[in-house]
Design a protein around this ligand. Structure first.
Ligand code: ATP
Length: 357
C-alpha cells in the first residue's frame, strides 16, 4: 500500500515558482491497477516521479507498506518504471534486455535464466528471445520493456503513458494485455494517462487530476456515472450541463426542478451543497426521445448524426440550451425523426448528477 500524504511540489527555476503538485493525498492499495488521469501539465508525471524518487517533494510524505520512501534513493525503492520511450538497449537481444536489471542486482545465473524465461512467457515473447530489440516491432518492444521492468519483481510498477507510441489497434490489444499482466503478477500498477478511455477500460480506481490537485478518486463506473464536479464530468465522456434548482436532498437522492418546470429525481452532490441554483450533469445515453418514465424537457430537433452503433440527437431546448442524447441503433431500424421535429427529451430517473460546483 502506497500512502501519499499532503505532497506538494513547487518547482523553483529561473522563472516564478510553479506549483506542480498542490497538497495531494491518496492511498494506492496493494494489487490494484491505479490510474492517474488528467490533461497535459496537471502533474501526473510529477506525482509518478515523486513515487519513483526522481523528484523530491517540497513537502509531504510517501510511504510504502509503512516504510518512508522519500529518504530512499530511486534504486533502493521496491519500485520500477516503464517509460513512454521504452529505453531498451538496441544492440542487445530481447533476453539480454530482460536480464539486464537482474544482472545489475548480482542475481545468480540460474535464477536470472529462470526469471527471464518466465518473463518471456508472461509477455508472450519466448519465440523472439534471441532477436535484437532493434529488429522487433514497436508493440514487441513495449512487451520487452514491460518484461524488463517486471523481472526484478518490484512491489510497484509505475507506467508513464506506456502505450502512447502505439497505433490504435495495438494500443487496444496492449490495454488488455497490461490488465492481464497486472492481475497475473499481483503487482500494484500506477498508470499515467491523459486518455480517458484507456483509464476507464483498465483501472480498478482512477484519480482525476487538474492543475496539481486530485479532483476525484473512484472506480471507473463511479467516476463516469457520478462525476463530482464540472471539470471531471467534462473531462471524462460527453456531458450535458443543465441549470436546475436543487429542491431537496434525501441521502444519495436529490430532487431538482428542471428548466421545463418538471421535477426530476437525481443523484445528490457531495457535502456542502445547499438548495438553490446548481448544475445537473446528464450523460447523453441517460436520456431518450422515446418516452417512458422520467422528467421531460421539450425542444426542437436541431441535428441527427449517425455513428454506426448509435445515433446522436441534438435538441434545442425550449427556453434555451442544447441537449445531446445518444441512442443505440438496431439493425435496419428506420430513421423516423427529422430536423425541425418537436421532441421531448426524457431523463432516465435517478441517473443525473448534481455537481459540487
Ligand atoms: P503530460 O501529460 O503533458 O506529461 P503531466 O500531467 O504529466 O503532463 P507534469 O509533467 O507532471 O504534467 O508537469 C506538471 C507541470 O509542472 C507542468 O506545467 C510542467 O511544465 C511543470 N514542470 C514539470 N517539471 C518541471 C521542472 N523541472 N521545472 C519547472 N516546471 C516543471
Amino acid at each position: 500500500m502506497i500512502e501519499i500524504n499532503e505532497v506538494s511540489k513547487i518547482f523553483t527555476g529561473r522563472g516564478a515558482p510553479f506549483t506542480a503538485l498542490d497538497n495531494v493525498s491518496v492511498t494506492i492499495r496493494e494489487n490494484e491497477f491505479f490510474t492517474l488521469l488528467g490533461p497535459s501539465g496537471c502533474g501526473k508525471t510529477t506525482l509518478l516521479r515523486v513515487i519513483a524518487g526522481f523528484i523530491d517533494p517540497t513537502k509531504g510524505t510517501v510511504t510504502l507498506d509503512g516504510q518512508d520512501l522519500v529518504s530512499l534513493p530511486p534504486y533502493k525503492r521496491p519500485v520500477n518504471t516503464v517509460f513512454q520511450s521504452y529505453a531498451l538497449f538496441p544492440h542487445m537481444t530481447v533476453a539480454q534486455n530482460i536480464a539486464f536489471g537482474l544482472e545489475m542486482l548480482d542475481k545468480p545465473r540460474a535464477e536470472v535464466k529462470k526469471t527471464v524465461d518466465e518473463m518471456l512467457a508472461l509477455v508472450r515473447m519466448t519465440e523472439m528471445a534471441d532477436r535484437k530489440t532493434s529488429e522487433i516491432s514497436g508493440g514487441q518492444q513495449q512487451r520487452v520493456a514491460l518484461a524488463r521492468a517486471l523481472a526484478p519483481r518490484p512491489k510497484v510498477l509505475l507506467l508513464d503513458e506506456p502505450l502512447s507510441a502505439l497505433d490504435f489497434k495495438l494500443r487496444k490489444d496492449m490495454q488488455l494485455e497490461l490488465k492481464r499482466l497486472q492481475s497475473e503478477t499481483g503487482i500494484t500498477f500506477v498508470f499515467v494517462t491523459h486518455d480517458q478511455e484507456e483509464a476507464l477500460t483498465m483501472s480498478d480506481r482512477i484519480a482525476v487530476m487538474n492543475a496539481g490537485k486530485i479532483r476525484q478518486i473512484g472506480g471507473p463506473r463511479d467516476i463516469y456515472d457520478h462525476p463530482a464536479e464540472r471539470f471531471v464530468a467534462d473531462f471524462i465522456g460527453d456531458t450535458n450541463f443543465l441549470d436546475v434548482e436543487l429542491l431537496s436532498i434525501a441521502g444519495e437522492q436529490a430532487t431538482v426542478r428542471l428548466p421545463s418546470g418538471a421535477e426530476a429525481q437525481v443523484r445528490a452532490p457531495g457535502e456542502g451543497v445547499a438548495p438553490g441554483p446548481v448544475t445537473l450533469a446528464v450523460r447523453p445515453e441517460h436520456a431518450s426521445l422515446s418516452g417512458g418514465a422520467g422528467a421531460v424537457l421539450p425542444g426542437t430537433l436541431a441535428n441527427v448524426v449517425y455513428f454506426g452503433t448509435d445515433t446522436h440527437y441534438h435538441v434545442d431546448l425550449d427556453g434555451g440550451g442544447r441537449f445531446v442524447l445518444r441512442q443505440q441503433n438496431q439493425p435496419d431500424q428506420a430513421q423516423t425523426r427529422t430536423v425541425g421535429d418537436r421532441v421531448e427529451v426524457t431523463l432516465a430517473p435517478g441517473v443525473g448528477q448534481v455537481l459540487r460546483d
